[in-house]
Design a protein around this ligand. Sequence first.
Ligand SMILES: [Fe+2]
Length: 333
Amino acid sequence: MNIFKPDVVIAIGGGSVMDAAKAMRLFYENPEMSFEEAYQKFLDIRKRVVRFPKINGVQLVCIPTTSGTGSEVSPIAIISDAKTGIKHTLCDYALTPDVSIVDDQFVQTLPKRLIAWSGFESLGHAIESYVSTMATDFTRGWSLEAIKTIFANLKKSYDGDLDARKQMHDAATIAGMAYSNAFLGLEHSIAHTVGSTFDIPSGVSDAIALPQVIRFNSKRPEKLAMWPHYSVYRAESDYADIARAIGLTGSSDDELVEKLVQKIIDLAESVGIKMAYKGYGVDKAEFDKKVDELAVEAYGDQNTVTNPSAPLISQIVQLMKDCYEGKGIVDNK
Ligand SMILES: [Fe+2]
């Protein structure tokens, strides 16, 4: 970029390609900004201590070729530190692309397994943004629309239906719009840390963590998340709303949440996802050795801040172990 001096950067590819383009544009325009500065954590994106400089020279156009990350509309770039292997979340509205082109011709020949994985990445975005402490009535509409579309179309798209694939492509961006404003939660913190450490594709690690985190969040929390707009715990009834929106019925919120969890598990299994980390060649001894450290990392992950239940590190350790074993999923069958 320094040699060519572009006016426009066009990123065409999956999430990593678009994230790389965002970071490249940021550091190209602001060579004095350091990577360490860029990934500093914050409570509220709109009241950050480290401010990103405005980007005004180079336009960024994003064209997604998978239907999952939502990066084409998000203010987020996930960049791994090559030295430590830690995935850092760079997040500031200065990173948002100027234009995104969401065209399903780029996903018509997507391999089946990528359809499954990226579909679950979108579902994770849509569900987590719906219950996030920063969700509002403006963002919940997007989250819910994406959730309904994904449940109605993921299996069909996986089986080769091209119209369903278009719907999935749009849903991924709609979910991206939701989480760009409402952000995510603990499922992402766990999926990022475990997934990057043990090389599990991100949509798969999202799928595995999703039911466990929903069950965890739907229990009245020991510690309420620290967020002024979220003074009253409502995650359980939010999950129940999601269940109703996709046509599930039940006589209590409790029952609806468990039905939603089962529906997620069934959908994942119908598209070939194994719902435990141990199903992806993760060695038990290695996992046990690293789990404490991973839980600390997940606790500090930017996504944990907006989770409706503030977890203790010991609870994250337990959740990660449950994800490893597929607790309440694999042993049910
Ligand atoms: Fe994600």
